[in-house]
Design a protein around this ligand. Structure first.
Ligand SMILES: Cc1cc2nc3c(=O)[nH]c(=O)nc-3n(C[C@H](O)[C@H](O)[C@H](O)COP(=O)(O)OP(=O)(O)OC[C@H]3O[C@@H](n4cnc5c(N)ncnc54)[C@H](O)[C@@H]3O)c2cc1C
Length: 413
């Protein structure tokens, strides 16, 4: 790896985006659009402008009033607890559907802490046969011949954001119609999302595939047309593979489950241990908020764009992170190898926020690290039994959040 050097993130946004483009010539894809300015200020603005009635009414529609907060949670600009507390205070029980969505992220994170790298393979025996084909180039190149699926990939490539339902339909198409190995598809999909998060992404693909759910998720043309307002279907002339009843598709798509060959995640062992003694805060990409207690700490603070983590990131994601870092002027930002940077600054001991991400943990293996717990959405213990399904987790957590205030129909799935 080339020699490490310190970056000066420009405060002017246009300059900043250009600077990142110059610093990361290998980063592919389109630039970050004005709609997706990174950082806590923008996150707070979005949180404060939520129209809860609209969210409750039309969140399932492709152009519905969803919060578009996912990248802000992903990079820690805002915590789930801050958002849940704000929503409950502002909207009372009306906030339940959106807080439940936040719960899905909290749940995914808890599963990641609990299962570690196992989330990258089938967590359970799949309930139907899954394919092991590679992801075809025609999917990546948006020439499937299906205007809906090509449009979802276009959103992914251009914006890095795809509505939750479109993510589900696309994943179902790839896994159940094309019989692609969900793990390869999930890696690819996550690498292009602005909110790309290993747990939320891989567990959602497993939920679609049926290796972390009690049945596979699939859809038909009626469902897609209804929730997209016929956007893709009205003038579509192709022979539609989704145009059948749910029962017919169920009979056509699924075979008996055969186990997928286990995929191994290997990381080289660290041979070297630092003999330095200076203490610093290591800022990683899940804690980019000026309100974070460790960022407010007076100790020296370092963020490193390390190739082990960021070599494959698309440009827009690096630019989003640079927006976040521009709000943290007392954090030194470096490009290079984490160990080289910290060693050269005499650092031997680190404080940082805990993470289930083993790639981050591995970068810091040669240092003494004080892993401080991240703030949970709610400090409530959830048993292993309940952690097997989101519905069981939510019945416990919603009770802790809302007591008996929720209407009866909100308590069941
Ligand atoms: C195949 C697939 C891949 C996905 N990959 C990711 C990913 O990499 N990163 C990611 O953050 N989400 C992922 N999701 C979950 C979900 O699609 C997005 O979080 C959501 O669409 C973000 O839009 P929003 O902020 O407007 O959501 P809102 O409906 O406004 O929800 C508010 C917040 O709740 C959380 N949330 C909502 N639904 C889910 C969910 N199903 N799982 C986990 N968290 C949820 C998000 O943090 C979101 O910002 C994936 C879903 C699927 C089906």
């Amino acid at each position: 790896m080339a020699k490490a050097y310190k970056l000066t993130i420009p405060s002017d946004r246009a300059e900043r985006l250009q600077y990142i483009k110059r610093m990361f010539p290998q980063a592919g894809g389109t630039a970050l659009s004005d709609d997706w300015r990174g950082g806590r200020s923008e996150a707070t603005k979005r949180l404060n402008s939520i129209d809860i009635e609209a969210y409750n009414k039309n969140r399932y529609f492709i152009n519905g009033d969803v919060s578009r907060l996912s990248p802000y949670f992903r990079y820690g600009c805002l915590t789930l607890k801050e958002a849940a507390d704000h929503l409950q205070k502002q909207f009372g029980v009306e906030s339940e559907k959106l807080v439940q969505a936040l719960g899905r992220r909290d749940y995914s994170r808890r599963v990641w802490y609990q299962q570690g790298d196992k989330i990258f393979n089938n967590l359970e025996k799949s309930k139907v046969g899954l394919g092991d084909k590679p992801l075809p180039d025609y999917v990546r190149q948006m020439i499937t011949g299906l205007p809906c699926m090509d449009a979802f990939v276009r959103d992914l490539m251009q914006d890095g954001y795809v509505h939750n339902h479109a993510r589900k339909w696309f994943a179902a198409y790839v896994v159940h119609w094309l019989k692609v190995d969900w793990r390869e598809a999930a890696d690819w999909f996550e690498s292009l999302l602005l909110d790309g998060d290993k747990a939320s992404n891989h567990l959602s693909w497993q939920w679609v595939a049926s290796s972390f759910s009690s049945s596979p998720y699939f859809f038909n043309k009626d469902i897609l047309a209804r929730h997209t307002g016929e956007k893709h279907c009205a003038n579509c002339t192709v022979s539609c593979p989704f145009d059948a009843s749910v029962e017919m598709l169920d009979a056509k798509l699924f075979s008996v489950a055969e186990p997928l060959a286990e995929r191994t995640i290997s990381r080289p062992a660290t041979m070297h241990f630092s003999s330095n003694t200076a203490v610093a805060v290591f800022v990683h990409d899940e804690m980019l908020s000026a309100a974070h207690p460790l960022i407010q700490n007076s100790t020296a603070k370092f963020f490193v764009f390390d190739e082990h983590l960021y070599a494959k990131w698309p440009l827009k994601r690096l630019q989003f992170v640079a927006d976040c870092l521009s709000e943290l002027p007392n954090v030194e930002v470096w490009l290079g190898d984490t160990r080289d940077v910290l060693e050269s600054r005499g650092v031997g001991q680190l404080k940082t926020q805990n993470t289930p991400n083993k790639d981050i943990k591995q970068l810091l293996e040669s240092f003494q690290v004080d892993w401080q717990p991240e703030v949970k959405m709610i400090d409530v213990e959830v048993s292993d039994q309940r952690m097997k399904r989101f519905s069981r987790y939510w019945s416990k957590v919603s009770k802790a959040l809302y007591g008996d205030a929720l209407p009866e129909e909100s308590k069941t799935f």
